[in-house]
Design a protein around this ligand. Structure first.
Ligand SMILES: *Cc1c(COP(=O)(O)O)cnc(C)c1O
Length: 500
C-alpha cells in the first residue's frame, strides 16, 4: 500500500515514509492509494477477538511495509490493560435499544487522544528504523491542554525519542497543568511559556522553521518531529475502534452481521469522524455519519450548504477540544469524495488560506448530503443534555460527548431514524469536572472548590470512581517548574538536549 498526497497524487510513498514525514512537501496530507476491502465474514470473525487482534486486522491492511512482528510490537506496547484499565480498551456502553456509547477515554490521560497517541510513538520509531534513520526523534509540542499530556504519556520512555511540551502559563486548567508538571519519564520535559496558546504555538513553529538550528540538531544526532493530528500514524489507529464497536455489538447480539448502524462524533479537526468514514469504505456497515459541533459550527454549515466559511466569531466553549475553525482533516475527506481530485483540493485549500472561504461543486455537495448529517448546540444545551441523560439513563457524559448526544437527540426528533447508533464518547466526565458539576447542580455548588474537591464531589454524585491517573495527582510532587519568555523557547530545547 502506497500513500499519495491530497494536493499531488503523483507523489507516492510507503507508510513508514508518510508517518516519518507527517506532511507532504507541497503541504498536502498523506492518504492511502486505495481502501482495502473486508468481507462481512471477516468482520463477523472480529466478534470473538481481542482489541489487539482487531487492531492487527485493520492496521496490517494499511501499514503493509511493517513486518507482522513490528506491527504486533507496536500494538502490544500501546494497548495494554495496565494503561487502559480495561481489557476491552474501548468498551461500548448501552443506554437503551438504539443508543450506545463507544468509550474512547479509558487511556492514561482520560481523553480519546490516547487511542492514537499511545501507538504513534511506536509507529514513528519503527518507521525511522525502516527508513534507515538513526537520529533520535525530538518531539516538540505546543498545547492548549489535552494533546500535550497525551503526547507526554505516549512518548514517555519510548527508546529513540524525547519530548518537550510547552504550555501557556495561564492558558490551561489547574488539572491539566498538574497532569503535565508531574509527568514522569526519563525522556520528557515540560515548560510554561509566558503568554497565551498562540505564543507557545508560534514559538514552536519558529523552531521548526529555523534551518540553522535544524542543522545544529542534525550534527548532534537529533531530528525534530511533531505529534500533529494530521499525521497518518494518528489517523489510522482511529479506524480500529469503529470495527471494534461493531464487533462488540455483534458479540452482545445487539445487531446481526450486516446490519447498518449510525455513528455520531463530537468533531473538531474532523479526524475521528473521518476514521469512521474510512471504516465504511473498507466495508463496515454504516448508514449515516452525524457530525456534531459546539457553537463553533463551521462544519454544520459546511455539511448543510457546501460552503466552508471560517470567517466568523471564535467561541470559547465548555467543550474546548472542539473549539476549532479550521478542521485540517477535512482535506482528506474532500480528496476522497471528489474522486481523488488533487486539483480540486489544491484549489479549495488555496482559497481557504487566502479568503477563509470556499464552496464545493454541486456533485460533491450532493454526495456529502447523502452520507452525512450535522448539527450543533450551545453550552446551555450541552449542560441540559448532561443533566437529562444522567437523570433519565444514569449515564454521565463529559461536555464533548454531551454535544454529540444533544445533536443526536435532535436528529432523531427530526428524522425519526431509530437505527442503532454508536456515539463516540471522547473524554471522561472527571476530566471536565467543573462544567459537568455545574450541569448537574449549579454554579454555587462549585464556587471556591479546588480540583480535588470537585473530583470528590463528582465521584459522590455519580457513583463512578475517579480515574486513578487523576486521583493520584494529589500525591504527586511537581517536577517541572520552568517558566520561560516566548523568545527563550529555543534555549529551553537546547538545555534539555545539551546542545549549543
Ligand atoms: C480532540 C477531541 C475532540 C475532537 O476530535 P477531532 O478528531 O479533532 O474531530 C473531541 N473531544 C475530545 C475530548 C477531544 O480531545
Amino acid at each position: 500500500m502506497q500513500y499519495h498526497s491530497t494536493r499531488d497524487n503523483s507523489i507516492s510513498v510507503s507508510s513508514a515514509q508518510a508517518i516519518k514525514q507527517g506532511l507532504s512537501t507541497e503541504g498536502g496530507l498523506f492518504v492511502p492509494e486505495s481502501f482495502p476491502e473486508v468481507s462481512l465474514d471477516e468482520i463477523g470473525s472480529l466478534a470473538a477477538k481481542s482489541y489487539q487482534d482487531r487492531a492487527d486486522f485493520v492496521l496490517k491492511r494499511f501499514l503493509t511495509d511493517f513486518s507482522n512482528e513490528d506491527l504486533r510490537n507496536c500494538i502490544s506496547a500501546a494497548y495494554t490493560k495496565e494503561k487502559f484499565g480495561t481489557e476491552a480498551i474501548a468498551p461500548v456502553y448501552k443506554i437503551n435499544d438504539s443508543t450506545y456509547f463507544l468509550e474512547l477515554w479509558h487511556g492514561p490521560t482520560c481523553a480519546f487522544k490516547d487511542m492514537a497517541l499511545q501507538i504513534l510513538p511506536h509507529f514513528l520509531t519503527t518507521s525511522m528504523r525502516m527508513t534507515n534513520e538513526n537520529e533520535e526523534i525530538i518531539i516538540l509540542v505546543a498545547t492548549s491542554g489535552d494533546t500535550g499530556k497525551a503526547a507526554l504519556e505516549g512518548f514517555r520512555d519510548v527508546n529513540g525519542t524525547r519530548i518537550i511540551v510547552f504550555y501557556p502559563d495561564n492558558g490551561v486548567s489547574e488539572i491539566q497543568k498538574l497532569q503535565m508538571v508531574t509527568q514522569r519519564g526519563d525522556n520528557v520535559s515540560v515548560a510554561a511559556v509566558k503568554g497565551n496558546f498562540d505564543d507557545a504555538q508560534n514559538g514552536v513553529k519558529k523552531i521548526f522553521t529555523d534551518n540553522d538550528y535544524k542543522k545544529l540538531l542534525d550534527r548532534n544526532g537529533f531530528k525534530l518531529s511533531s505529534a500533529n493530528s494530521i499525521n497518518w500514524g494518528r489517523l489510522v489507529p482511529q479506524i480500529v475502534y469503529y470495527f471494534s464497536a461493531y464487533a462488540d455489538l455483534l458479540a452482545a447480539k445487539e445487531i446481526e452481521l450486516g446490519d447498518e448502524i449510525n455513528v455520531v462524533v463530537p468533531t473538531g479537526n474532523f479526524g475521528n469522524i473521518l476514521a469512521s468514514y474510512y471504516a465504511k469504505k473498507m466495508g463496515l456497515p454504516i448508514k449515516k455519519f452525524i457530525c456534531a459541533s459546539n457553537e463553533n459550527n463551521v462544519l454544520t454549515d459546511f455539511i448543510k450548504t457546501g460552503v466552508y466559511d471560517k470567517n466568523r466569531r471564535f467561541h470559547t466553549t465548555i467543550s474546548p477540544s472542539m473549539d476549532i475553525l479550521i478542521s485540517s482533516n477535512l482535506e482528506r475527506f474532500i480528496y476522497d469524495i471528489s474522486g481523488c481530485n488533487d486539483e480540486i483540493v489544491t484549489d479549495l485549500m488555496t482559497k481557504l488560506a487566502s479568503d477563509g472561504i470556499y464552496t464545493v461543486p454541486d456533485d460533491i455537495k450532493a454526495k456529502i448530503e447523502e452520507l452525512f448529517d450535522a448539527g450543533c448546540c450551545d453550552d446551555k444545551e450541552t449542560m441540559a443534555t448532561i443533566k437529562k441523560t444522567f437523570n433519565a439513563d444514569g449515564y454521565l457524559m463529559d461536555t464533548h460527548t454531551a454535544v454529540a448526544k444533544c445533536v443526536y437527540d435532535k436528529y432523531v426528533e427530526r428524522t425519526g431514524d431509530m437505527t442503532k447508533t454508536v456515539i463516540a464518547s471522547t473524554a471522561s466526565p472527571f476530566k471536565f469536572n467543573q462544567s459537568v458539576l455545574i450541569a448537574l447542580e449549579d454554579y454555587n455548588a462549585v464556587a471556591g472548590k479546588n480540583e480535588f474537591e470537585l473530583l470528590a464531589m463528582l465521584e459522590e454524585k455519580s457513583g463512578m470512581r475517579v480515574p486513578v491517573s487523576l486521583a493520584e495527582l494529589k500525591e504527586r510532587t511537581p517536577i517541572f517548574d520552568t517558566v520561560v519568555e516566548k523568545e527563550q523557547m529555543k534555549n529551553t530545547v537546547s538545555d534539555f538536549l545539551k546542545v549549543e
